[in-house]
Design a protein around this ligand. Structure first.
Ligand code: BES
Ligand code: ZN
Ligand code: ZN
Length: 501
């Protein structure tokens, strides 16, 4: 039988993004930056309106109390002679303190007020085109899932035109657009319910995308996994009727000096298995494949950006379920490469599938091995829900964390703990998958993973349990549910590594 074809059942809505030298003839709205000046709000010069029109707009904005403080959105009627229904101003705060992150957040905030508008023109790019494009695209994203036809859809702006008078902006615009599209692809994968995204369908979706992009992809099914000894992936998958997969996606440019191995956790649903999770909020475990989504999206974007660095994403995909064949506490499994693990808790499943994937990724002897996973609840206890924990070899760990902070994906270096070496020991296997106390759960998981990284390879582990999935309120350019973290960190790192000697 031919392989069935798979595609995403629904995608989040986002506006089309355009770059133009001049304002479009007619628009539904014009979006302008508003600054918090010492003597009230200030409208900077804009390629969209002449000085007289700007003065009119500023008067209207002042009349309704706009101040220009960060993320304040104010809508006023367009002045006479301007072919737009309204002008929407978004505050950027004190110009002396303006950063890319403030601009992204303000752009994201105003993007959420553009719902239903067909064409919008903006000069927000005057303060940083890349940040404005990313902020608008990521803030406007809205995922409504799978609905009956009678349900009205939330339609965001059809098209946003970034008006910039400089020619050099075309490349900056393209990089920002491709980056935002990658984040959005990762969000779409993570937002897809596990009824529709399971190892086989997920591998199928990635294969279809790889074929369309002309990228190399390898998919190991359960038979191939068994033949090659992927005991960790098989163990986690054995309690589900939906068999696991291992997917490897490669961007191999003609010119490349460095190779980067990315690895991402792909648990398409995590019930906990026999060590079952409580019912409350378990639906959020649709997001337990966020690491794999981020690394897949990164490879597709590296190819679109034509980055001169070879990148392979290794993604172990499995569904963690508690059926009659499921893995039990007390079982001993043999990972790819031969290390054995005693299972203490079947809910510590991410490290079991990642162990196999790390050994496989290490076989390619990459210059850098960077892995990311929604690995531990302890990450959120330690760092909160917006800041990823980064562990691994010191130099790469610190570099990944700093890059994350630079691009607006907060990340913080955390140590591997010497005292936990003993806690890794098992009476019946080489190591065990959980330790007997509540302390340093994120660090213990990283120490466990470190045993599977090839000798001498620089590696980093990024725990994104909190930052990859937003279960609290919308903020800036971060919607509810999938955030697409850490795609922008990884793309920034790849761009840097591509420029290394
Ligand atoms: N997928 C979870 C971690 C998680 C929890 C991600 C909440 C996002 C939100 C992971 O597989 C897990 O269950 N980890 C356990 C490990 C423990 C049993 C050692 C945890 O953190 O409780
Ligand atoms: Zn788990
Ligand atoms: Zn998990």
């Amino acid at each position: 039988m031919a392989n069935p074809t798979f595609s995403l059942p629904a995608r989040g809505a986002t506006p089309e993004l355009k770059l133009a030298r001049k304002a479009p003839k007619s628009t539904d709205a014009i979006v302008l930056p508003l600054l918090l000046g010492e003597e009230g709000p200030e409208l900077p010069a804009s390629p969209l309106l002449d000085d007289a029109a700007l003065r009119d707009v500023l008067n209207s904005l002042s009349a309704v109390g706009a101040t220009g403080k960060v993320c304040e959105v104010t809508r006023v009627p367009a002045p006479a002679g301007v072919t737009a229904a309204s002008v929407i101003a978004v505050g950027l705060g004190d110009p002396e303190e303006l950063t890319d992150e403030t601009l992204r957040r303000a752009a994201g905030t105003v993007a959420r007020s553009l719902s239903g508008l067909k064409t919008v023109a903006t000069s927000l790019g005057v303060f940083g085109l890349a940040a404005a494009v990313e902020g608008i695209a990521l803030g406007a994203y809205s995922y409504r899932g799978i609905r009956g036809e009678s349900e009205e859809n939330n339609t965001p702006a059809g098209k946003v035109v970034f008006v910039s008078e400089t020619k050099a902006d075309a490349e900056v615009f393209d990089i920002a657009r491709i980056t935002a599209e990658a984040v959005i692809f990762a969000r779409d994968l993570v937002n897809t319910p596990s009824s529709h995204l399971y190892p086989e369908s997920y591998a199928g979706i990635l294969s279809a995308e790889a074929e369309a992009a002309g990228l190399e992809i390898e998919v190991l099914n359960e038979k191939a996994l068994a033949k090659q000894g992927y005991g960790g992936i098989l163990a986690v998958g054995q309690g589900s009727a939906r068999a696991p997969r291992l997917v490897r996606l490669t961007w191999s440019p003609k010119k490349s000096k460095k190779t980067v191995a990315l690895v991402g956790k792909g648990i398409t649903f995590d019930t906990g298995g026999i060590s079952i999770k409580p019912a409350a909020n378990m639906e959020n475990m649709v997001s337990d494949m966020g690491g794999s989504a981020a690394v897949a999206a990164t490879v597709f974007a590296a190819a679109k950006l034509n980055l001169p660095v070879k990148v392979t994403a290794t993604m172990p995909l499995a569904e963690n379920m508690p059926d009659g064949l499921a893995l039990r506490p007390g079982d001993v499994i043999t990972h790819y490469g031969g290390i054995t693990s005693e299972i203490i808790n079947t809910d510590a499943e991410g490290r079991l599938v990642l162990a196999d994937a790390l050994v496989r990724a290490s076989e390619d002897n990459p210059d850098y091995l960077i892995e990311t996973a929604t690995l531990t609840g302890a990450q959120m206890v330690a760092l909160g829900v917006r800041t990823a924990g980064v562990m691994g070899s010191e130099e790469l760990r610190d570099r990944v964390a700093a890059t994350g902070r630079n691009v607006g994906e907060p990340a913080w270096a955390m140590p591997l703990l010497e005292e936990q070496e003993d806690e890794l020991k098992s009476p019946v296997a080489d190591i065990r998958n959980a330790h007997p106390n509540r302390w340093g759960g994120m660090e213990f998981a990283a120490l466990y993973l470190s045993r599977f990284v090839g000798e001498g390879i620089e590696w980093a582990h990024v725990d994104i349990a909190g930052p990859s999935y937003n279960t609290s309120g919308v903020h800036g350019y971060t919607p509810k549910r999938a955030t697409g973290v850490p795609v922008r960190t990884f793309l920034a790192l790849l761009a840097e590594i591509a420029a290394e000697d």
